[in-house]
Design a protein around this ligand. Sequence first.
Ligand SMILES: [Mg+2]
Length: 386
Amino acid sequence: MRFYSVIANAVRSRRRNHLSPSRLLYRSTSRHLHSQPQSHGPPPPPFGIAFDIDGVLLRGESPIGASQQALRRLYNHSGELAIPYVFLTNGGGFRESERALELSKLLGVHVSPLQVLQGHTPFKQLVSRFENELVVAVGKGEPAAVMSEYGFKNVLSIDEYASYFDGIDPLAHYKTWITRKAANRSTLEGMTTRDDVCSQRVQAAFIVSDSVDWSRDIQVLCDILRTGGLPGREIGHQPELYFANDDLAYQASFPSERLGMGAFRIALESIFNSIHPRALQYTCFGKPNPFVFNNAEAVLKQLVSSLYHKAGHGNDRTHHFRRLYMIGDNPSVDIRGARQAGNPWFSILTRTGVFKGTDNHAEFPADMVVNTVEDAVDFILKKECS
Ligand SMILES: [Mg+2]
């Protein structure tokens, strides 16, 4: 097929003519995605790729092995995106637009915000329910800014929310890193005073990213969740609680895995259930939830539509992916999720992060196990483009 020869040529061309990251950024796919449609071009590829980030492409902020080169093979000789791919991570804490810029810098390719699917991205689906309600956002980075960008109008970070309640964290004065909370207060629609905040019920708490201060966050969340959203008041109906993921551990820059949001959830649930007569109710998004994979497929179709639709090759509703590849390092999250999502997902497990085994994982075996993400991309291109 013409598509295959175009991509194969592009792949060979990429090997011959290495473009610097800055040149790649200049010749970005955003031009391709958001402005001029192709008048003539190859048909859309019948496959797409979802990359996990931590432990596959990056360890902390450092690229793993030749992950930059692997990604560059997905762009054509003009630096335009040739193969639809997304980043499918359970991480987060930053707006998708911000994360796209960071990934572009770290990985040396242009990344569109549309390609960034974080653990909290599905929270967008809850805007219609909580748009004007008071909600609290927990986590590192800018959890309230993330939620505001999704359309939540009355969202407070837990840092700011806790600052309105004197003595809510009895250990606060031992925490010397807390210095800026008063200066960082946001503007809420219709709420400008401490009394406004303290007298309005919190309708939902969103764990957007990893909690920075477990002791304070567990204390304040227990206060919110036990009292119907009014800390310090009588016991009430539990507000909704959402987690962006339920990862027990993840691979960062430290040699062994770090405790993740799933560990925080276990701690919160265990404590809440010890002090409250009813068990904690909550919803977890993120991989391995099949919803996340279905959403990734829909976004990949949107990408194809942006790249090819105006060239007359169908649209996002009609495009059919024969195969979608999930490349991840965590069997219980990446591989389990792809397996649960079923056709057309094909799972590839790397040995660069959480999984370090010699054979396949016993409980959640992948369709294929490789050493690195370069091996995974190489396998995909050979299989699909030859
Ligand atoms: Mg990972």
